[in-house]
Design a protein around this ligand. Structure first.
Ligand code: ATP
Ligand code: MG
Ligand code: FE
Length: 339
């Protein structure tokens, strides 16, 4: 069965077409450049951009996959969490497509979709697995008994999300928004041990994270250097900050695997595109005898394929479709996979 996936939770209009675990098309129209000068995503601008991009992006996806509208067997859409107005555009479009085509609708959780997308690249997820979801709005450790079922939260950030920390530190360093990829790039020519930045909640025994202390420490360090008129090495600050983040993330992810006696770890969400996180996680998993799965970078950041992937899983497991009156739930909890 062919599933059309629609993602509009933030600033990406993502359309995916998936058959089983096979990705047929993944087209993304981003309004990121319209937001860059504001240093963050402007909700109203994002909603309008989704509205304009929706129909042409769906057309492009159908063309790329070489299928027609009438071939679509189900429509999946991000129902939350995310920006309310942005979500509404996707949910309204999905309802219209499902109704018009006479096919089932699945309203799914954006975060569960960040997990499910890995199946497109690496096949069925082992049951259970531990998932670490690190993105612009979330940082969580999850126990995943089954991707089509509800996720169990083991821990999460008590303040900033990992991606949020990347974006805020990038801003302090004068790098463009969103900062994660820029810090990743700058860090390749810097040293991760140049500056000893703090690692929040490193040894507290919980599976929670904290990144706001680190973010503040970087800002103070940069301010102090500026006040003293000393030069700042953007590569060194980037690499040292990045090392602090990925050290804590990988440590806690492995701690979760040990604690729950699970041998398979999946990392997903936009920050999973980070090259140092991928390398350190692989290194530590190899030592600990844990099998690591990380989707390719393009599938880590927001896209429609991930939504189609989760929809495809729900369809194949015989999950009942969502009612056509589902809301867009901007604060849909991470533990609720679908509406
Ligand atoms: P959420 O999924 O929590 O709703 P979101 O959808 O806005 O948030 P994603 O698109 O999943 O977030 O991820 C975006 C975040 O990932 C941004 O904070 C961005 O800076 C970060 N990011 C993207 N690429 C990298 C990278 N290479 N290194 C570090 N961070 C990155
Ligand atoms: Mg985005
Ligand atoms: Fe996301």
């Amino acid at each position: 069965p062919l599933v059309l996936g629609i993602e509009t939770s933030c600033d990406e209009t993502g359309i995916g077409l998936v058959r089983g675990h096979t990705l047929l098309a993944d087209t993304v129209a981003s309004s990121v450049e319209e937001h860059a000068r504001f240093g963050g995503v402007v909700p109203e601008v994002a909603s309008r951009a989704h509205l304009e991009a929706m129909a042409p992006t769906v057309e492009r996806a159908l063309q790329r996959a070489g299928v027609r509208f009438s071939d679509v067997d189900a429509v999946a859409v991000t129902a939350g969490p995310g920006l309310a107005g942005a979500l509404l555009v996707g949910v309204a479009a999905a309802k219209a497509y499902a109704l018009g085509l006479g096919v089932p609708l699945y309203g799914v959780n954006h975060l569960a979709a960040h997990v499910a997308v890995d199946q497109l690249e690496h096949g069925p997820l082992p049951k259970p697995c531990i998932a670490m979801l690190v993105s612009g709005g979330h940082s969580s450790l999850l126990l995943v008994p089954d991707v089509a079922g509800d996720l169990i939260s083991l821990g999460s950030t008590v303040d900033d999300a990992a991606g949020e920390a990347f974006d805020k530190v990038a801003r302090v360093l004068g790098l463009p928004f969103p900062g994660g990829p820029h810090i990743d790039r700058a860090a390749t020519s810097g040293s991760g041990t140049a500056i000893a930045f703090p690692r929040g909640k490193y040894d507290d025994g919980t599976l929670d994270f904290s990144f706001s202390g680190l973010k503040t420490a970087v800002a103070r360090w940069v301010e102090a250097k500026e006040r003293a008129g000393e030069p700042i090495s953007v590569p060194d600050v980037s690499a040292s900050f990045q090392e602090a983040v990925v050290d804590v993330l990988t440590r806690k992810a492995l701690q979760a695997c040990r604690q729950y006696d699970v041998k398979d770890l999946l990392i997903g969400g936009g920050v999973a595109a980070n090259s140092r996180l991928r390398a350190l996680a692989q290194d530590r998993c190899d030592h600990a005898g844990i099998r690591l799965r990380v989707p390719r970078p393009g599938l880590c950041t927001d896209n429609g394929a991930m939504v189609a992937a989760l929809g495809s899983e729900l369809l194949s497991t015989g999950a009942p479709p969502s009612p056509l009156n589902i809301p867009a739930d901007s604060s849909l909890p991470i533990t609720t996979t679908r509406l």
